[in-house]
Design a protein around this ligand. Sequence first.
Ligand SMILES: [Zn+2]
Length: 106
Amino acid sequence: MRPRKIPQRKCVACQEMMPKKELIRIVRSPQGEITIDLSGKKPGRGAYLCGKVSCFKLAKKSKAFERALKVPVSADIYDRLEEDFIRAEDEFQASKELQDDDDDGE
Ligand SMILES: [Zn+2]
């Protein structure tokens, strides 16, 4: 059997390479709107972040989205994304836990 290649992407904040499904995608749509894309399938230019609020805060501080998305990202957009990110993080962690078969749950 051939080993299946797991697509890897780099977190724009901490620069770590991670399997794509461990990362949350931020996308700039062709209309220029910047949103969180939990499906990973929205069209547009994407940037990836670890599913951690600490990485979001790091990205905000270092303006990593501006570099990754090649557009200016205003403080409002960062604030709005941060709220969405915190919500998305819960959902993201929950969906990962569902896939987890370890029975050490709380
Ligand atoms: Zn990261």
